[in-house]
Ligand binder design. Structure first.
Ligand SMILES: C[S@@+](CC[C@H](N)C(=O)[O-])C[C@H]1O[C@@H](n2cnc3c(N)ncnc32)[C@H](O)[C@@H]1O
Length: 255
């Protein structure tokens, strides 16, 4: 790994404490939604259908008060490490949106938007019984200011984004139960950062944010607490960087 990519296999709250103040341009993250207990109480049959069901992964089943405390600790440090006018995008379950806005506001984040990601190819589970779950929310905040980088180049961007789930090649390094597609993260990195900016993902899972930021010429800091996911993410980010260098070489030779 180059020193432009820093990866930590540990609790992000420990890492955040050691990061320099005002050193990050964008926090792009997808923390546990903490729906494990909720899903278990509903006795869904997801475990039978999926080997790596997130509700059984062990990182998604805190009591609500404990989850709120961890999110609070996270936003406190996020406020310190993010530059003023830096952006924060957090994916979240729609039922937790209000809690996140209230905690983030307490730590001086200016709330901008709740947007929706629509996955075009969700698992059609119980499709004859109810609506298929195909959406997740993302929240957009600016640190201690009302506006930050927004590279729209004169185009109108809706607070709605639609993509398919992760592709087979994106999933080849690790079986992660809640992996996000690269296209989704590219959308935010291109709009909210400039080349050489620093992107932080404290809950990087399979490393999607790292792959995307590396490919787009941004610096990256990523944390993942689970050693197996961490190894997968590290290999994936490493490989994507190699592919990019190879591609760049070909392009310059062709000129
Ligand atoms: C929703 S997943 C992220 C998925 C990721 N966006 C992707 O594309 O693969 C959340 C991740 O946070 C990790 N995690 C949970 N608590 C953590 C903590 N305190 N510090 C760092 N990672 C943590 C989990 O192991 C899990 O992989």
């Amino acid at each position: 790994m180059t020193n432009e990519i820093l990866l930590f296999n540990t609790n992000c709250l420990e890492v955040l404490k050691d990061l320099e103040s005002d050193s990050v341009d964008l926090i792009l993250t997808d923390p546990p939604y903490n729906l494990g207990n909720f899903m278990r109480d509903r006795q869904t049959n997801l475990k039978k259908m999926r080997d790596n069901f997130f509700g059984d992964a062990g990182w998604d089943d805190l009591e609500f008060d404990e989850w709120k405390k961890q999110i609070d600790d996270f936003f406190k440090e996020a406020n310190r490490v993010l530059k003023k006018r830096g952006s924060l995008i957090m994916f979240m379950s729609i039922i937790k949106v209000e809690s996140i806005i209230s905690i983030a506001s307490k730590h001086k984040f200016y709330y901008k938007t709740t947007g929706i990601w629509h996955k075009t190819n969700p698992m059609p589970r119980n499709m004859n019984l109810h609506f298929i779950n195909s959406t997740e929310a993302w929240l957009y905040f600016i640190n201690e200011a009302r506006t930050g980088t927004f590279n729209n180049n004169g185009k109108a961007f809706h607070d709605f984004i639609e993509t398919s789930g992760s592709t087979k090649s994106e999933k080849q390094y690790i079986a992660h139960p809640t992996q996000k597609p690269e296209k989704l993260f590219e959308h935010f990195v291109s709009l909210l950062t400039n080349p050489n900016d620093t992107v932080l993902d404290p809950f990087m899972g399979s490393g999607t944010s790292g792959v995307v930021t590396k490919k787009m010429g941004r610096k990256f800091i990523g944390c993942e607490i689970n050693p197996q996911y961490f190894e997968g993410a590290k290999n994936r980010i490493n490989q994507s960087a190699t592919q990019l260098n190879f591609l760049d070489l070909n392009i310059s030779e062709g000129k």
